[in-house]
Design a protein around this ligand. Structure first.
Ligand SMILES: Cc1cc2nc3c(=O)[nH]c(=O)nc-3n(C[C@H](O)[C@H](O)[C@H](O)COP(=O)(O)OP(=O)(O)OC[C@H]3O[C@@H](n4cnc5c(N)ncnc54)[C@H](O)[C@@H]3O)c2cc1C
Length: 324
């Protein structure tokens, strides 16, 4: 019995949330006293699997088939079902990505169980792990005991420290799967984000988010200049996107994206719970707000009390000077 972390790749590039899932997998394996292995899926992933050998895992399953070149929920579900039936792990761990949300619940039902999704912490239970999920927009935490066999778990972006290479060498095991084109009902097209030129804020190292403190759309260049100076992605609170000042894909929060960058700037954002749940996994939070009692300051590592229209341009100047 083992814990298997399913790493996500697209076009031969890792989704960095994969290594956070591996970090969670290490904890689960420790609490369940089980060896840790991982899996990577695709048409030709052996080389990529080799990159994972140093992460302290005993085995890396390279699940390969020509029909897995493009992601499809049917293909991934069928392939992982075969892997799980042959390996018989006690827990299967995923990063909580859009792709995983798409197929993992379906996979879990193949084993008569449910996916424990968007887990933010793992605690030691009585010989097994207990999974912590947030309820009511993050107001309550629930301890979940996953009764299924195996347990299926997905972990929230930014909730776990990413696993680092440990020097230990695992072995890659190629896992051929039996797939038939007739099993795959959907025809993949170009990925949404490329087709729509949309952004994946969860992959950004620095996010500069703007809130209603910006007052009007015409003032957005003030924060855009900060994002540009820092090489950051631009995010926003919900009212900014609801007003159509920035596209919905830039919304951070419970009904937007969950981000966990190295640095998160909250500019003119009050810090409503629905916003906080989307960014509180950030490593460092810098908040700029003219109200010293704004709730965002409770989450901030650096609290700048003042008018954003004075502070942000001055900050941009200093960043430019420092970079010159
Ligand atoms: C079901 C549901 C889902 C939701 N989902 C989301 C979500 O995903 N993401 C999200 O963000 N919200 C979400 N919300 C909305 C959320 O409750 C808040 O209304 C929203 O986050 C507030 O946005 P804000 O902080 O930009 O605006 P406000 O709360 O109006 O705050 C503006 C802040 O700017 C400051 N300010 C004003 N002028 C200046 C200035 N010149 N300089 C500096 N600071 C200034 C003010 O002091 C204030 O703190 C959701 C709500 C519901 C009910």
């Amino acid at each position: 019995m083992s814990v298997v972390v399913v790493l996500e790749q697209r076009g031969g590039k890792w989704n960095r949330m994969s290594f956070e899932a591996l970090g969670a997998g290490q904890k689960i394996a420790q609490f369940e006293n089980a060896p840790l292995s991982c899996a990577v899926i695709g048409a030709d992933v052996e080389k990529l699997a080799q990159e994972a050998v140093t992460f302290g895992v005993s085995k890396i399953y390279a699940v390969e088939d020509a029909l897995l070149g493009d992601y499809t929920p049917d293909g991934y579900t069928a392939a992982l079902e075969q892997l799980i039936k042959s390996v018989q792990p006690q827990a299967v761990v995923f990063p909580h990505t859009y792709q995983v949300r798409d197929f993992a619940p379906k996979l879990a039902t193949r084993f008569g169980t449910a996916l424990v999704s968007d887990v933010v912490d793992v605690k030691a239970g009585n010989g097994s792990a207990i999974f912590v999920r947030q309820l009511f927009q993050g107001k309550l935490n629930a301890d979940v005991h996953a009764a299924g066999n195996p347990q299926f778990v997905s972990v929230q972006a930014g909730a776990f420290r990413a696993a680092e290479p440990s020097g230990a060498n695992g072995a890659v095991e190629k896992v051929p799967v039996k797939l038939d084109a007739s099993q795959i009902r959907s025809k993949p097209e170009a990925p949404f984000r490329e087709a729509q030129r949309s952004v994946d804020l969860s992959a950004a190292d620095i996010v500069v988010s703007v809130g209603r403190g910006i007052k009007e759309k015409d003032n957005l260049p003030v924060v855009e200049a900060l994002a540009q100076a820092l090489g950051a992605e631009l995010g926003a609170s919900r009212p900014i996107c609801d007003n159509g000042w920035l596209p919905m894909e830039r919304q951070v929060g419970s009904s937007g994206q969950t981000v966990a960058p190295k640095v998160y700037f909250a500019v003119g954002i009050s810090g409503a719970i629905q916003h906080l749940v989307g960014m509180k996994g950030s490593k460092t939070v810098v908040a700029i707000n003219k109200d010293e009692n704004a709730p965002i300051f409770e989450t901030a590592d650096y609290a700048v009390v003042g008018d954003l229209f004075e502070i942000v341009p001055a900050l941009v100047e200093e960043i430019k000077k420092a970079k010159a």
